[in-house]
Design a protein around this ligand. Structure first.
Ligand code: PMT
Length: 221
């Protein structure tokens, strides 16, 4: 894309997994490596934006010229996101936020005793839906990680979360998606003519990030 297409824009990106503690030494999480979100942060900087990256625990170093905010839980990701909305033009939710967390995190390490234990989980806040419901609303972009019915499920998320665009990726294929170098995606958005889409075939996460940033710049105008 042309460098400078996001000059003067403030972009907030979420990346990586969240960790939901069970006790001081254990947690529930997922396989997100942060690679896709960090690639988006680099692409947004290349496009001239000023970028805040809210990241769950990952093994990546902070990209140059990006303000990195490290968080652990979904609740912390929500607080960091809301705290950056006062001058945010574009919000991209690429993080794999845990949908549920343990109802009560034990203060002390849980001891091994019974043969069977059950875990009670409660729903986490939806960071992206909260951001997209904020007034004024930043141009809000989500990702949809799907294992089936990619288009249908992603469209549901576009509508339900009130997004301007969604990037749907198939995470059942280990060559793309979680913790891989490459990805492929279907970009979906709505205009006066109805649902519009752009398919991006398998490519590096850097290339996909550049396509996503260029599409955002063109839709935002
Ligand atoms: O990190 P990598 O290893 O590079 O992998 C990249 C990726 C597969 C994680 C990424 O491309 C991706 O798909 N990210 C979204 C993962 C996800 O949680 O998708 P979802 O379909 O469950 O959620 C839909 C959207 O809502 C996402 O933008 C998500 O950030 C957001 N969400 C979900 C739940 C929640 N409680 N809060 C949210 O903000």
């Amino acid at each position: 894309f042309q460098s400078g297409v996001l000059a003067g824009q403030r972009v907030v990106i979420t990346a990586g997994p969240t960790r939901e503690p069970l006790d001081p030494v254990r947690y529930i999480s997922n396989h997100s490596s942060g690679k896709m979100g960090y690639a988006l942060a680099r692409a947004a900087v290349e496009a001239g934006a000023s970028v805040d990256l809210i990241s769950g625990p990952v093994a990546l170093s902070a990209p140059d010229r990006v303000k990195l905010h490290r968080i652990g839980t979904a609740q912390e990701m929500l607080e960091a996101s809301l705290g950056l909305l006062h001058n945010c033009d574009i919000f991209i939710g690429c993080a794999a936020v845990a949908d549920y967390r343990p109802a009560d995190a034990a203060v002390q390490k849980i001891k091994k005793s019974a043969d069977e234990v059950s875990l009670q989980l409660v729903k986490n806040p939806d960071v992206l839906a909260r951001v997209a419901g904020h007034s004024p609303k930043p141009f809000s972009v989500g990702f949809a990680a799907e294992t089936e019915k990619l288009r249908e499920h992603a469209l549901g998320k576009l509508e339900r979360k009130g997004l301007n665009m969604i990037v749907a990726n198939d995470v059942s294929d280990s060559r793309i998606g979680f913790n891989s170098e490459n990805n492929a995606a279907l970009l979906l958005w709505r205009d006066d003519a109805g649902v519009r889409e752009r398919e991006v075939e398998q490519c590096s996460k850097d290339v996909l990030a550049a396509v996503v940033i260029a599409q955002i710049a063109s839709l935002k105008g």
